[in-house]
Design a protein around this ligand. Structure first.
Ligand code: FMN
Length: 222
């Protein structure tokens, strides 16, 4: 079982969001998962230009690191999103990455996985950023098992106080992957999204045949 954390802070190893996510991964590792951390700031990620090129063949016109990252996400059983709060929202790095996931969202490439989110902030917005990242997980067809935010007031060490809660979240994610995790509200939201995207998949079946057939095989198209 693999769990992948993706950190949207540009501060890499100095990032408190990364540290919080690392505690989540440590909890997951203690529960038996293989873990990996990826910092978006180490990757080349070009902002989406809405050319709609990916709609035709699933391949983005930009030759950067996003396809590899999506492949890594696809190869993982669990996904952890981590972001600092920037002006009451996720970091720009995280948003640019999320925008590049539109095709994965439309075709529900990561459906059936589990995830969770963490955020750090100086003062406020942490819970909202956790909720938004979990909402993006749902868009991807991924069930979020929980989330955690820490307001540091500028003291990076404050994250260490959330060590136990973060490890518990990692353990919970691992157990969800192992045994399942029911959340009727999230399941209804994901089913609603799938209903919405179904027309799109049917409409594009002549040039996205593999994806269309995958949806038929999964029983998402009659
Ligand atoms: C551009 C920028 C915007 C920020 N906006 C907010 C904010 O709106 N509210 C807040 O409480 N802290 C804000 N902060 C503080 C960060 O959220 C906080 O330092 C966070 O823990 C940094 O996480 P990191 O070490 O993972 O990058 C901001 C910091 C930066 C650099």
């Amino acid at each position: 079982m693999k769990i992948l954390a993706i950190n949207g802070s540009p501060r890499a190893v100095r990032s408190t969001s990364r540290r919080l996510a690392q505690f989540v991964l440590e909890g997951a590792a203690e529960a038996g998962a293989e873990t990996e951390m990826i910092d978006l700031c180490d990757l080349r990620i070009t902002p989406c230009t809405a050319c709609e090129g990916c709609s035709f063949n699933g391949i983005c016109v930009f030759e950067d690191d996003v396809p590899l990252l999506v492949e890594r996400m696809n190869g993982a059983d669990g996904i952890v999103f981590a972001s600092p709060v920037y002006i009451d929202n996720i970091s720009g790095q995280m948003k640019i990455f999320f925008d590049r996931l539109a095709d994965a969202i439309h075709y529900q490439l990561l459906a059936g996985k589990y995830g969770c989110s963490v955020a750090t902030t100086h003062t406020s917005g942490g819970n909202e950023v956790v909720a938004y990242q979990n909402h993006v997980l749902n868009y991807l067809g991924v069930i979020a098992v929980g989330g955690l935010s820490v307001a540091t007031s500028g003291d990076a060490g404050a994250v260490d106080g959330a060590d136990a809660s973060a490890r518990a979240l990692g353990k919970k994610l691992t157990e969800a992957i192992r045994k399942g995790f029911a959340d009727p509200d999230q399941e209804a939201e994901i089913a609603g999204n799938r209903d919405f995207f179904r027309d799109f998949v049917i409409e594009n079946r002549d040039f996205r045949t593999d994806e269309y057939e995958r949806w038929v095989k999964l029983g998402w198209i009659d």
